[in-house]
Ligand binder design. Structure first.
Ligand code: NI
Length: 257
């Protein structure tokens, strides 16, 4: 079944129909979902959802755009949350230079500290990186991220950077953007990447694939990403679903198949 490796179902955009929507997943071919934290509050809500639904797992971490809320005490709170049996990763963490704030140096400090937390608690990381390819790769190398592992989510860089990340043992997260008309660079990256290194994600409620671009996204729309990836790789949709699910389980270190 389809494994959505990155979703934000705690977002208020799902307040009206969250339970109904989540309960419809299995019947629509969606097996597992990882709900990803982006700040302290949404990390706690991710753990909450993972306790409420057996097929949902959680990731806890603070997004670079929210890194001003981090302190060493809050990092300890994240450490505490990460010990939950349903917590499978530290994330999303990283660098976002698209927005001028917070200061890049502050983002870097908390990116490194959360990478070290992941190493300490032996969980993979979910990396958010926007307009910051060079600094991201440099920090991952300096922090020895090769033996932490994880995913570069919503990948938006060149095929060369994709292969460099894969060379460090990382998976590449691909979602709705693959179906966009202007997605040439991502299509090129998907072409050269081994399928064994690709995982599927929505980042919902954001980044709906065509034909729903601009509307609220959900895991149900991953079929359009599967279709597009199958076309690029020249394999069946079933193979895309099977292999990417296997990859997700490996990356998140879930033993049951
Ligand atoms: Ni996200």
């Amino acid at each position: 079944m389809i494994f959505d490796t990155h979703a934000h179902y705690d977002d208020e955009q799902f307040d009206t129909d969250r339970n109904e929507l989540l309960l419809s997943m299995k019947d629509n071919g969606i097996g597992n979902i990882v709900n990803v934290g982006a700040n302290m509050a949404s990390s706690a809500r991710s753990i909450g959802l993972s306790r409420q639904y057996d097929f949902i797992y959680a990731a806890v971490g603070v997004h670079p755009s929210d890194s001003l809320e981090l302190t060493d005490d809050r990092l300890s709170e994240l450490r505490e949350m990460s010990s939950d049996p349903k917590c499978v990763a530290i994330g999303e963490i990283g660098l976002d230079y698209y927005w001028p704030e917070p200061d890049r140096e502050i983002q870097k400090v908390w990116f490194r500290k959360q990478l070290r937390l992941a190493r300490e608690v032996k969980l993979p990381v979910i990396i958010h990186s926007r307009d910051a390819a060079l600094d991201t790769v440099t920090i991952l190398k300096e922090e020895g991220a090769e033996d932490i592992g994880g995913v570069v989510h919503c990948f938006s860089y060149s095929k060369e950077v994709a292969l460099e990340c894969v060379g460090m043992g990382f998976y590449i997260g691909i979602g709705g953007v693959l179906t966009f008309k202007n997605a040439r660079r991502l299509v090129e990256a998907a072409e050269v990447l081994p399928l064994e290194k690709i995982i599927l994600e929505t980042d919902c409620p954001y980044l709906s694939p065509v034909p729903f671009r601009g509307k609220r996204n959900s895991s149900l729309n991953l079929v359009y990403v599967v279709e597009k990836l199958a076309e690029i790789k020249g394999v069946s949709a079933e193979e895309i679903i099977d292999v990417t699910e296997k990859n997700a389980r490996l990356m998140y270190r879930l033993d049951k198949s």
